[in-house]
Write a protein that binds this ligand. Structure first.
Ligand code: FAD
Length: 387
């Protein structure tokens, strides 16, 4: 039989390979990956400065060691370029040697791409974004001897990098179109609390505006915002967000939306092709976080080995790594109907999103983060009561 073939060696690809190996030591397994196949923890990229870890130190295991540990073939520096669904083969960009691989099942674990916003000026191309260890290496090299970093986007990743940079002694400016940080995840009071605490830590806010232009002048960048404010910065990092990488799937005629659309078995519109991780869309949601990958990989490993297993996601709180003011969010489902209720606890906020008395999501900041387990349990109990 041809190998189970995974496209991508991120958390999704490797977690799935591990889960398969827990169940079957021998079945043929292969990863094809565009990068070097090193295993690392992507969430650590946004708190590595404070931990004094550079890109090299963040590598946990090389591709060669992963291949030995998992008894599998790992083809690195090779991009999948085309899926031939009828022949069940994947073509790659390799110009010499083998460049087509047959699969029994194919798993798309090819992640997401950083969203870029159009910015005017002669240095728009210099704006960095970080969605891989490679990107992080470039960022760290450029950070040498710099003082002032500007971040675009005060979402989860923007706030984390801002906190990491400011605690490592950098001057940090943070720009967002919304008038508060984590605007999509936190209700009013909780967001304001985070804004003030990160402000106290030294972050310079530019909220309710966007970057209009960036121009290089005498070794620095001159930034002009759309509210006419101007300042200079040494480095600009975009953390606007990610979009699922659907290109390979779309070109192969697989159903896509915001991500690669799957059913409960994480199976795409092609019964031999599955998706996992940041590229996936399930029930109208993209879930670009670690916990859905762990839970999905466990179920998918069983399905791939013949025991069809529906993925079932429990409440999945995400810890935002802003030590200046810790945050935990468990957002309500996209179409949930309800209201936020916020309560002050010590220096933080406990916020629940309720439909009548049913808890559909929550957000905790500061001292209130200790309530996490209690609220997860409450959400699970409420879901059971609801039937
Ligand atoms: C800075 C940062 C901090 C984060 N912090 C947290 C956190 O605290 N908690 C949390 O839950 N989540 C966090 N996340 C999100 C989490 O890290 C991601 O959801 C997860 O790592 C995604 O894994 P993935 O394998 O789906 O994608 P990726 O890690 O992007 O892997 C995609 C893989 O596919 C390969 N690839 C792409 N296209 C091709 C192709 N055509 N052919 C071959 N290979 C291809 C790439 O080379 C790569 O190996 C964070 C994300 C970032 C960027």
């Amino acid at each position: 039989m041809h190998p189970i073939t995974i496209i991508g060696s991120g958390l999704a690809g490797y977690t799935l390979a591990r889960e398969i190996r827990k169940l079957d030591k021998d079945i043929a397994l292969r990863i094809i990956t565009a990068d070097d196949g090193c295993f690392y923890s992507k969430p650590m990229l946004s708190n590595a400065l404070a931990k004094n870890m550079d890109a090299k130190k963040l590598v946990m295991t090389s591709a060669t060691d992963m291949a030995a540990q998992l008894n599998m073939e790992i083809i690195t520096h090779t991009r999948a370029t085309h899926i031939n669904r009828h022949e069940r083969t994947v073509n790659t960009d390799q110009t010499s040697g083998k460049n087509s691989y047959a699969y029994s099942s194919l798993i798309l674990a090819n992640g997401a791409q950083a969203i870029r916003i159009p910015v005017a000026g002669n240095a728009a191309e210099d704006i960095l974004s970080i969605n891989s260890l490679h990107d992080y290496g470039i960022f760290r090299a450029q950070l040498e001897n710099k003082n002032h970093v500007t971040l675009l986007g005060a979402g989860l990743i923007g706030c984390e990098f801002a906190n990491d940079l400011v605690s490592a002694g950098y001057q940090v400016s943070l720009i967002d179109l919304a008038d508060k940080p984590l605007g999509r995840l936190l209700p009013e009071q909780a967001a304001r609390n985070l804004q003030h605490k990160l402000g106290d830590a030294g972050i310079q806010w530019h909220l309710g505006c966007s970057l209009h232009s960036i121009n290089k002048t005498a070794g620095q960048y001159q930034l002009t915002l759309n509210n006419q404010v101007q300042f200079n910065s040494d480095l600009v990092l975009s953390a606007i967000g990610l979009k699922a990488d659907i290109r390979l799937a779309e070109a192969a005629g697989i159903k896509t939306g915001r991500g690669i659309i799957t059913n409960g078995y994480l199976q795409t519109s092609d019964p031999h092709i599955y998706a996992l991780g940041d590229c996936l869309e399930f029930n109208g949601m993209v879930l670009p976080f670690v916990m859905p990958i762990m839970i999905g990989a466990r179920a998918l490993a069983k399905t791939l080995l013949g025991d069809n297993t529906d993925v079932s996601y429990p409440p999945m709180p995400v810890v935002v790594k802003t030590p200046a003011h810790p945050v935990v969010v468990c957002p309500p489902p996209p179409n949930a109907v309800g209201n936020w209720q916020e309560e002050v606890i010590g220096d933080g906020i406990k916020a629940g999103y309720y439909n009548q008395h049913k808890l559909l999501g929550f957000a905790l900041t500061g001292a209130a983060v200790t309530e996490k387990q209690k609220l997860v349990k409450r959400m699970q109990d409420d879901a059971i009561t609801d039937g």
